[in-house]
Write a protein that binds this ligand. Structure first.
Ligand code: NAP
Length: 290
């Protein structure tokens, strides 16, 4: 359980103390995080601050999102102690070469106005830079104290095998797209076999889950929304964390409350029958998916 921060009203403390964490290579990753992609400027500052005041303790940003300055500002605005927030940032795939990698991390920390992050990730693999080189840079950042933990995003099983079995890097997670409309069984099985968590991005299929009639029907049974059902389906899975983005405070709160819904076998069967090939993020530089 996470330690509640001083100055947080009692009902928020209940939310915080009930937030589960996944442990991996010494990292304690809160299973529900707040995604910040597309949030910019003052809106981003306000939403990050609001999310922390509501009870979120895990924030996801990236160099590529162009909002590290605002995320850092929202963190300070929350009044929470730095140690009570789990912050992830990522190095963009064009900056993985040795030298540039380090400069990229320095720039991220300068924008965040922080001496370290909790989790530093390679945002996407890049075939132009040997994995041995980019993972060595990632490990160097950890050794230098610029990040507490290291991870990867958008890695397929073949790439993970190189990182975990050949290079033997202490990867705390793989962040990939995962939701009710996308099957990730082979990747999940591999990650589970190595006790590596999967952090699910686009956990609401970029909002599509909120409009799904099957999920809405399940939600009606539990007094919940379709989006909450989609999130709880993820959070019920061992070793899975989720980082939904929400611009509206009702949605921020609803996503936090989703932790407390109880789905049953009938619900899970209905969710299993949904189409599982609806990938939202698939740029030209993506690896071959499993
Ligand atoms: N590593 C990577 O390559 C990668 C790629 C993509 C995303 N990510 C990370 O994952 C995070 C989440 O992914 P995402 O933002 O693309 O998609 P998402 O979280 O699946 O969906 C966000 C959409 O869902 C809506 N929503 C949120 N909560 C809702 C609720 N309770 N009811 C109804 N609608 C709701 C939001 O609406 P409003 O905003 O209008 O409230 C928004 O349109 C990103 O912000 C980013 O941090 C990482």
């Amino acid at each position: 359980m996470l330690r509640p921060a001083r100055g947080i009203p009692r009902h928020f403390m209940e939310v915080i103390t009930r937030m589960d964490v996944i442990e991996s290579h010494g990292a304690r990753i809160p299973i529900l995080g707040f995604g910040t992609m597309t949030l910019k400027e003052d809106v981003c500052v306000r939403l990050v601050e609001a999310s922390l005041k509501l009870g979120y303790r895990h924030l996801d940003t990236a160099q590529m999102y162009g909002n590290e300055r605002e995320v850092g500002s929202g963190m300070r605005g929350s009044g929470l102690k730095r140690e009570d927030i789990f912050l992830t940032t990522k190095v963009w795939f064009t900056r993985l070469a040795s030298g540039d990698f380090e400069r990229s991390v320095d720039e991220s920390l300068e924008r965040l106005a922080l001496p370290w992050v909790d989790l530093l990730m390679i945002h996407w693999p890049n075939t132009q830079v040997p994995l041995s080189e980019s993972i060595a840079s990632l490990c160097k950042m950890k050794k230098a104290g610029l990040t507490r933990h290291i991870g990867v995003a958008n890695f397929n099983i073949a790439l993970l095998k190189t990182v975990v079995e050949e290079i033997k890097a202490p990867i705390a997670c793989n962040q990939v797209e995962y939701h009710v409309m996308l099957d990730q069984t082979p990747l999940r099985k591999y990650l589970a076999s190595k006790a590596i968590p999967l952090v699910a991005y686009c956990p609401l299929a970029q909002g599509r889950a909120a409009g799904d009639p099957t999920l809405a029907a399940i939600g009606r049974k539990h007094g919940a929304s379709a989006a909450q059902v989609a999130l709880k389906w993820l959070l019920d899975q061992d070793g899975v964390a989720a980082i939904p983005k929400a611009s509206r405070s009702e949605s921020q709160r609803a996503n936090l409350d989703a932790q407390h819904i109880g789905l049953d076998d009938e619900d899970r069967q209905a969710i299993a029958a949904l189409p599982k090939d609806r990938r939202c993020v698939n740029p030209g530089f993506a690896p071959v998916w499993d």
